[in-house]
Write a protein that binds this ligand. Structure first.
Ligand code: UFG
Length: 342
């Protein structure tokens, strides 16, 4: 029996593959490689000394997906595949709704056909919209501030309805806070396309000289120092959360949401300082206007994940910064090693 990983070549997916294999699970990966690189999976194999089936399949192609289920004994799915850039989703809403929703519909239909009813879904703290209270608990009001956020919210609802219709399903909705860091080996990590949207890859590309300076989007929020506060979580801790969720699904049916965060908030300026300290580099920055759609503060109450899944985030901010930096230094161009730094 194997676990199907959709989007397994991506940032969180590849780290989860390593953890699953290390814990003795068999995996099958599907990925369209539209926003990821096959090299990440080569390195998963290298790190674990294990080969596994890979299918270059887009979830928008249900026939190819069916073949994956025909050729493998799949008993559960971890569903990462999807488009994920908030700003881009505002410009290309149809692509986001089509990819993220139709892709999930196709996946669930094929799962139903093959009587596979266990799924861990990559949701996001974005489903809390602009939270009124922090730390955020799972029962906080839900809303979306972008088409990307809507696709997460709508997918959660679809999966809840699926369970309502058939109580044989077992579903975990994992609401990620802000994943950063990389595998300790420095062999896999986050490889954004073009100029990074997210803070940590941006900082590390400034540190390595690919980008001139960081723009800090606003210093007039009602936070500790005026800059935005987020709950940064090490990607390896996050990956481990998926395994705990999967193990929980093995013995139960139902649909449950879990926050995966550390419960601690760091401001942008605190992150810049933490990165500088952990890596002994200097980050040039300037203050820029607020980024549209950004919120002041967002951090998790993850006590439910601790209680129900037996999961807690273990890694501190220094380790997150060091691991990000190791990956950036060893892979200045991400997985594309044929380019030179200019
Ligand atoms: N920031 C900057 N400069 C940058 C990039 C980010 O100042 O160049 C700031 C942002 O304003 C924010 C913080 O750094 O205060 C974190 O921004 P990120 O873009 O790294 O992350 P977000 O919290 O905006 O978004 C992330 C994911 C989303 C997800 C959301 C859930 O990218 O996919 O968390 O809370 F929906």
């Amino acid at each position: 029996m194997a676990i199907l990983i959709t989007g397994g070549a991506g940032y969180i997916g590849s780290h989860t593959c390593v953890q699953l294999i290390s814990q003795g699970y068999k995996i099958v990966v599907v990925d369209s490689l539209s926003n990821s690189n096959i090299e990440s999976l080569n390195r998963v194999s290298e790190l674990t000394d294990t080969e596994f089936p890979f299918y270059n399949v887009n979830l928008l192609d249900p026939d190819s997906l069916e073949r994956v289920f025909e050729e493998n004994h799949i008993d559960s799915v971890i569903h990462f595949a999807g488009l994920k850039a908030v700003g881009e989703s505002v410009l290309r809403p149809l692509d986001y709704y089509h990819n993220n929703l139709t892709g999930t519909f196709n996946l669930c239909k094929v799962m139903e056909k093959f009587h596979v009813k266990k799924i861990v879904f990559s949701s996001s703290a974005t489903v809390y919209g602009n939270p009124k209270l922090v730390p955020i608990k799972e029962d906080a009001p839900l809303s979306a501030t972008s088409p990307y956020g809507q696709t997460k919210l709508m997918t959660e609802q679809v999966l809840r309805d699926l369970f309502e219709a058939d109580s044989g399903w077992s579903i975990a909705l994992l609401r990620y806070f802000n994943p950063i860091g990389a595998h300790l080996s420095g062999r896999i990590g986050e490889d954004p396309t073009g100029i990074p949207n997210n803070l940590m890859p941006f900082i590390s590309q400034v540190a390595i000289g690919k980008l001139d300076q960081l723009s800090i989007y606003g210093n007039d929020y009602a936070t500790v120092d005026g800059t935005g506060v987020r709950d940064y979580i090490h990607v390896v801790d996050l990956a481990k959360g998926h395994i705990k969720a999967l193990e929980h699904l093995m013995g139960t049916t139902g649909v449950e949401a879990f926050n995966l965060g550390t419960g601690k908030g760091y401001s942008v300026l605190q992150m810049v300082k933490a990165f500088e300290k952990a890596t002994r580099t200097a980050i040039t920055y300037s203050i820029a206007p607020r980024r549209p759609g950004d919120i002041a503060e967002c951090y998790a109450d993850s006590t439910k994940a601790k209680k129900v899944l037996g999961w807690v985030a273990e890694k501190e901010i220094e380790e997150m910064c060091r691991d990000t930096w190791r990956w950036q230094q060893r892979n200045p161009h991400g997985y594309k090693h044929d380019q030179v730094l200019t």
